[in-house]
Design a protein around this ligand. Structure first.
Ligand code: AMP
Length: 474
């Protein structure tokens, strides 16, 4: 099927072709004709299926007639996170390139005054997170009585984040005659209740069973110790050993760990940045941009921050923690292998994670194959150990040691300086290592060290040789 047959205007078709979309995705094909007829839509679809355009395109068609009035948006899109809201705004920029629309973004972390100015101009499209929208409403800066189309996107995520009461309140503030386009990857009972209450005879469109992972994503499991610093060492080995890794999103279950893992990776010379809900809007967007343009190659993130992010060309998803909710696994690994590209998802799991891994496997119906971590390879042959990247790093470290003190040198020899492979770290930025991350890496490298030919003291300068000689007092 081609876009021409869906009933969209010529202006829209020309923007679609400029965006490089050849044919509609299944959700677009199924939802757009009904949405253009004014029907309510219940779309059960994950991100990556093209669902954003499935609601953006019919909205553009509708917006071609009529004009926005001050403080009375004509359409409203609710998104659970600021990043998703910003992504939808981008979709309007691209697909609405031939329309002169006023698109307003109401998200936390941006000043109320600036947002008020935009609302005063009259918004054709208002994209908002529920809390910020209600803040504006309560300040009397916004009237929702002119909303013709309401989009609720990622409803199950709204549920996870505790936004459902806000969404219900907003639904009640908008005229009953509106058209509602509602999207959720899963349909828990709370979401079904919302659908039953606020949608009128919707057309249901389901494009993929909620619990399927993209077939283009290769999944692997790596056994990892529970102890955090050792687990971080395993993560580093995974990153170094994955030859096809060009960039990766590293998921942690807790915000605190997002910070710790990010700092640890940076300390070890990796080009990392982090994304979590406590960061201000400006730094979140800056980090995302840096990841998209390749300035950051490892993005350490929490689920809330990374859900639904549309970043093309993510080669790997690394689950530092096994997600507690099996559905989060699907969402996480869906950040790679997008739009038919191949991707790899590797999850670090210990014995304590077994029940969560079992739940994921039961949900996906797929037994994730175990990949042996390099740490476990210690007992393997010499050539096997030395031919790996760790060896490359080790010799690099030796070259770099030069003028350092003996203490620094011995730390460097424990493999703690910047690695030099796929995710190219900025070795000059690597700060002096601390002791917290030593265990596994130092075990590994000391193993290699024994096997290297050392002439004399090698380049190791024992500390006693550098001490000034004290003249004998007698
Ligand atoms: P979404 O599921 O809305 O997050 O979209 C995922 C990605 O697919 C985005 O990068 C879109 O730009 C892209 N996309 C959406 N529709 C199409 C299409 N018909 N053909 C090709 N790519 C598309």
């Amino acid at each position: 099927m081609s876009f021409d047959t869906l009933g969209l205007s010529d202006k829209i078709l020309s923007a679609i072709s400029a965006a490089g979309f050849d044919k509609p995705t299944p959700i677009q094909e199924q939802a757009i004709p009904h949405a253009l007829k004014g029907r309510d839509i219940l779309g059960i679809a994950q991100t990556g299926t093209g669902k954003t355009a499935a609601f953006t395109l019919p909205m553009l068609n509708r917006l071609e007639k009529g004009r926005a009035r001050a403080r009375m948006p004509r359409t409203l899109i609710l998104e659970p996170t600021r990043e998703l809201a910003a992504q939808v705004e981008e979709s309007f920029e691209v697909l609405g390139a031939n329309h002169k629309l006023n698109v307003a973004l109401l998200i936390g972390g941006v000043s109320f005054a600036d947002q008020n100015k935009i609302l005063d101009r009259g918004a054709d499209v208002l994209i908002a997170t529920p809390g910020r929208l209600l803040d504006h409403f309560e300040r009397g800066k916004l009237l929702l009585t002119g909303v013709e189309i309401l989009v609720v996107d990622e409803a199950d995520r709204m549920l996870d984040m505790g936004f459902i009461p806000d969404v219900e309140r907003i639904c009640k503030l908008i005229p009953f005659t509106r058209q509602t386009l509602f999207f959720s990857a899963t349909m828990p009972s709370e979401i079904q209740k919302l659908v039953d209450t606020f949608l009128h005879n919707p057309v249901s469109v389901e494009v993929a069973p909620p619990a399927t992972a993209a077939s283009t994503v290769e999944q692997k499991l790596v056994s990892a110790p529970r102890e955090s610093s050792e687990k971080r060492a395993v993560l580093r080995e995974v990153i170094r050993n994955e030859k096809t890794l060009t960039n990766a999103i590293v998921f942690c279950n807790r915000k605190r760990d997002v910070d710790i893992v990010n700092r640890s990776l940076r300390k070890h010379g990796f080009n990392a940045g982090c994304l979590h809900g406590d960061m201000d809007q400006r730094s979140r967007m800056a980090t995302l941009d840096n990841f998209k343009n390749g300035e950051i190659t490892l993005l350490v993130a929490s689920d809330v921050a990374a859900r639904g992010l549309d970043i093309p060309n993510v080669s790997h998803v690394l689950n530092f923690d096994v997600p507690i909710h099996a559905e989060d696994y699907i969402h996480r690994i869906g950040r790679t292998g997008r739009a038919g590209r191949s991707g790899t998802a590797i999850m670090l799991a210990g014995r304590a994670d077994k029940k969560y891994v079992d739940a994921i496997e039961a949900m996906t119906g797929f037994n994730i194959p175990q990949l042996q971590s390099a740490s476990e390879d210690k007992g393997k042959s010499h050539s096997e150990t030395e031919s790996g990247n760790s060896h490359k790093e080790h010799s690099n470290n030796r070259k770099r040691r030069g003028g350092g003190t003996s203490r620094a040198a011995s730390k460097a020899s424990s493999g703690q300086t910047a690695p030099s492979d796929a995710v190219r770290p900025s070795s000059t930025k690597a700060p002096a290592p601390k002791s917290e991350d030593t265990p596994k890496v130092s075990e590994n490298t000391s193993n290699q060290k024994q096997k290297q030919k050392v002439v004399g003291l090698g380049d190791h300068m024992p500390a006693f040789l550098t001490r000034p000689v004290r003249p004998d007092s007698k």
